[in-house]
Ligand binder design. Structure first.
Ligand code: MN
Length: 230
């Protein structure tokens, strides 16, 4: 079989402590998974988890200098725990959910907030707000065998070394096993799937020249810098 042009290379992330890479299949994201952030976005109360996606090739690694994205005047950071799926499954019970986790990483769910606000107001999809090129900043994957399961401890983000977001993984409205259970009722997980599990309160804007650093207890920091507009 031949293709009419070269298929895209498999997006991937480094696996800490190895020379191997984690092939990225799909990127699922959880909306409003910390109560204080839900409130700052104008929502209250526990709602069923909802999900959106980013393209696999939106992934960029630690240390990237990302040109300021097109079509926005309000690029936002969102510090998030990323769950890496290593085992296929559908309709996964909560008690079995962690068996499907290969590892964890720090993530930054970059968002064109102005486009998201417009989409919400018009009842339109979020794709162009959330799924643009370079929008999934994700650090090296750390294997469960090395770091265990991460379900508590500080998650924070600094912009130019000033604290902007601070929360605790235990504040997630829907825990990692609960997220896996819900999502696996909607899609069949495959190895290589990633889940960005939502962000605590304190989201804000990044400008050209800014550096955002995500820190999560048990993982090394994840840094991204914003360059000039193309
Ligand atoms: Mn997010």
């Amino acid at each position: 079989m031949t293709y009419v042009f070269a298929p895209m290379p498999t997006p991937s992330l480094p696996v800490a402590g190895t020379s191997e890479r984690f092939p990225v299949r799909r990127i699922f994201c959880v909306g409003r998974n910390y109560a204080e952030h839900a409130r700052e976005m104008g929502h209250d109360g526990r709602e069923a988890p909802f999900f959106f996606t980013k393209p696999a090739d939106a992934v960029v690694e630690n240390g990237t200098i990302l040109p300021y994205p097109a079509a926005t005047e309000n690029l936002h950071f969102e510090a998030e725990l990323v769950v890496a799926i290593g085992k296929a499954g559908r309709d996964i019970a909560e008690a079995d959910a962690l068996d499907h986790v290969y590892g964890y990483a720090c993530g930054n769910d970059l968002t064109r907030r102005d486009l998201q606000t417009q989409a919400k107001q018009a009842g339109r999809p979020w794709d162009m707000a959330k799924g643009f090129d370079g929008s999934a900043v994700i650090g090296a994957i750390h294997r469960v065998a090395d770091v265990g399961h991460l379900d508590h401890g500080p998650i924070q983000l600094t912009r130019n070394r000033e604290l902007q977001q601070r929360g605790d993984l235990s504040d997630m409205i829907w825990s990692t096993p609960e997220v896996i259970t819900h999502l696996s009722g909607l899609i069949a997980f495959q190895p290589g799937d990633l889940i960005m599990t939502g962000t605590p309160a304190g989201v804000g804007a990044l400008a050209p020249g800014d550096t955002a650093v995500v820190s999560i207890a048990g993982l090394p920091d994840l840094s991204v810098s914003i360059g000039e507009r193309r």
